[in-house]
Write a protein that binds this ligand. Structure first.
Ligand code: FAD
Length: 464
């Protein structure tokens, strides 16, 4: 046995859980944990009952920071438990927690169903979707993932697997929705898929000259679209600060498809096209290259286009075309800073963007979306208003203090930072950003009185 590996007593003798260095998508703070598979619920139970550093469920590791890490403890690899275990023709699906949204699409799109909510990547699991209560470009219309969940099975601190639904235990249901894996390990879940006639989207694009224009377009028009997202060129300052490309759309009806697509209205191809080389050239991301990329991206977008037909990948998941694109930021990795602020705090969108563009942080990904009402999740991120997500390479000594100052603005505006993206927010802000955190802690104590579910994020933010 290697140093640090955990022996597990079983009928066939002690079993060793291999240790792995685990990272978030931002690749910033790797930590090591013993790994077991969700497929083996007996071993998961054994770890829950006996591991001193606790246990944490993990999906495809697409949370950016340390949310899916449990340094020195056990991490349960959800991707060992994949598949749909029941399906009813109305679109109600039960899937194992490690099933990815891409797998759901591969199986269900040809049958006329799409996931109710998709993030900017489909490489996330059902367990990760519940634990982060993920949102998509349709939050203003459809809410977040857990709005579409009927029930899930959750292993709690006693090792028991509970059937949790809004009827059986609404408190535990909502504490787990967005609870970042800290109420237990999700084994599987039942949720409702969205019926679609085709796998194509009808998309309108508008290029906006500045921030005021894009925000006005979104306020006026988003209610007319199922999906909406604005990409912002964060490298532009002055009068054109906040210039954007706004894409809004909905799934196409069959009669809207051009004849060459009509033969296969529900076709879905999931292959990625390229993989980044294992070592991304250092210095690839700098203000000059990113400014040039952003300029090109802005210019290549049509000034105003209506009714373009796009595939699911083109509209929702263009980043999935390049595997492991997160290595583009180089060996130090990157972070994503995502906040939501209420509608009345639209000026905070302006002041934060001004501060980020003035700093010249090289970022090619800054997106603005509108959110509708939140749900009952105590730690669920979405709430009505504006959400901005912004990627930045780590390394500059100014970035941390700048984001700390901007966090204060978010707190003052009644907003919050998204835990699934976070790697750096100060713990003192959590009770203001998530005012129901004490209620959440009480529910957690009820199902896990000895604190068996642990994570690096939970410790860093004093959640547990
Ligand atoms: C390119 C990109 C775009 C993104 N866009 C969006 C977006 O638009 N909207 C959005 O909401 N998010 C977005 N995300 C974030 C992503 O959707 C969430 O972080 C999601 O939780 C990742 O799922 P995962 O399966 O990779 O989970 P992981 O990252 O592995 O884990 C995330 C959390 O879920 C918990 N968890 C996972 N599986 C289980 C389980 N079986 N039981 C209990 N807990 C579990 C983990 O403990 C952890 O706390 C994006 C991420 C990337 C990389």
């Amino acid at each position: 046995m290697l140093p640090g590996e955990s022996p597990v007593a079983s009928d066939s003798g002690p079993r060793v859980r291999p240790r792995r260095l685990l990272k978030g998508w931002g690749r910033t703070v790797p930590t090591s944990a013993a790994v077991t598979g969700l497929i083996d619920l007996d071993d998961v139970r054994d770890a829950v009952l006996h591991e001193p550093r606790g246990v944490l469920g993990r999906g495809l590791g697409r949370s950016y920071g340390d949310g899916a890490q449990n340094s020195g403890g056990v991490v349960v690899d959800g991707t060992t438990a994949v598949g749909i275990t029941s399906f009813d023709p109305s679109g109600l699906v039960t899937a194992k927690a490690g099933t990815s949204l891409e797998q759901l699409m591969e199986w269900m799109v040809p049958m006329g169903f799409f996931v109710p909510v998709t993030p900017g990547t489909r490489q996330v699991t059902v367990g990760g979707a519940i634990a982060a209560d993920i949102h998509g470009k349709n939050h203003h219309q459809a809410g977040s993932w857990c709005n579409h969940v009927e029930s899930f099975r959750l292993m709690v601190g006693s090792g028991e697997v509970l059937d949790v639904s809004l009827e059986s235990d609404p408190d535990l249901f909502w504490a787990t929705a967005g609870g970042m894996g800290l109420t237990g390990v999700i084994a599987d879940a039942t949720f409702r898929m969205k019926p679609i006639e085709t796998s194509r989207l009808v998309v309108d694009t508008d290029r906006a000259a500045d921030l005021d224009e894009v925000m006005a377009l979104m306020v006026e028009g988003d209610a007319d679209y199922d999906y909406s997202v604005a990409w912002i060129d964060i490298m532009t300052r002055g009068a054109a600060m906040g210039r954007s490309v706004l894409d809004r759309g909905r799934f196409a009806r069959r009669d809207e498809l051009p004849s060459k697509m009509a033969a296969d209205p529900l076709g879905f191809a999931s292959n990625s096209l390229a993989t980044l080389p294992p070592i991304a050239p250092s210095g690839l991301i700098n203000p000059l290259t990113v400014r040039a990329f952003n300029e090109l991206w802005f210019r290549k977008a049509p000034a105003k286009r209506r009714d373009a037909i796009m595939s699911i990948t083109q509209f929702f998941h263009p980043l999935d075309l390049v595997e492991e694109w997160n290595r583009v930021y180089g060996p130090k990795g990157f972070l994503q800073w995502q906040y939501v602020v209420p509608d009345e705090a639209g000026d905070v969108v302006r002041s934060t963007l001004e501060a980020l563009s003035a700093e010249g942080v090289p970022s090619f990904l800054a997106v603005l979306k509108r959110m509708g009402p939140g749900n009952g999740g105590h730690l669920s991120f979405p709430s009505p208003g504006w959400t901005l997500a912004f990627d930045a390479p780590v390394g500059s000594s100014e970035l941390g203090p700048l984001l700390d100052r901007l966090d204060e603005q978010i707190v003052d505006a009644g907003g919050r930072i998204y835990l699934a993206k976070d790697s750096r927010v100060r713990a003192e802000h959590i009770p203001t950003m998530y005012p129901r955190v004490d209620e959440w802690r009480e529910i957690r104590r009820r199902v896990d009185p000895d604190g068996h579910f642990q994570s690096d994020l939970g410790r860093r933010l004093n959640l547990i």
